[in-house]
Design a protein around this ligand. Structure first.
Ligand SMILES: [Zn+2]
Length: 146
């Protein structure tokens, strides 16, 4: 299950649990999600809770620069993703290519537990999965111009 912080067009934030990001996208596309406060079905991902919990109960965030195909992205979506990036950068430590190693050290109690982000190859993600560490991949958009 993936936990998403959701946000309607009027800015009400609420939470949702989905089987995976594809399940969320399908439900959002079909307008099956509605805001508990105003009922609108114009709902998107808000600020993502930066991550899925690791086995040790702490958070890790995996972000991979430039990997996600971005096709005809609406401005609102772009803004949300830019906000996610800004929040992650503000709240988490950049591990760069050392992300997977550090996540494993945190999980094993060998490093201070905190929010981190960085790059993870497919191989890294397999290693993390073997360690029981779930990470979230975030489309990493450049901040808005100006
Ligand atoms: Zn609403």
């Amino acid at each position: 299950m993936i936990h998403y912080q959701l946000r309607c067009v009027d800015g009400h934030e609420f939470e949702g649990w989905f089987k995976g990001s594809a399940a969320f996208e399908t439900q959002a596309e079909r307008r099956l999600l509605s805001c508990p406060r105003c009922g609108t079905t114009e709902v998107g991902r808000g600020l993502m809770a930066p991550a899925v919990r690791t086995r040790s109960g702490h958070l890790a965030v995996g972000a991979t620069a430039g990997e996600a195909p971005v096709v005809a992205m609406p401005d609102e979506m772009r803004a949300v993703l830019q906000r996610i990036r800004a929040e992650v950068e503000r709240n988490c430590e950049d591990m760069g290519d050392g992300f997977a190693d550090e996540a494993i050290r945190m999980s094993r109690g060998e490093a201070e537990r905190r929010g981190i982000y960085g790059n993870a190859s497919d191989e890294d993600r397999e290693v993390l999965a073997d360690e029981g560490i779930a990470v979230v991949r975030i489309p990493w958009l450049k901040p808005a111009e100006g």
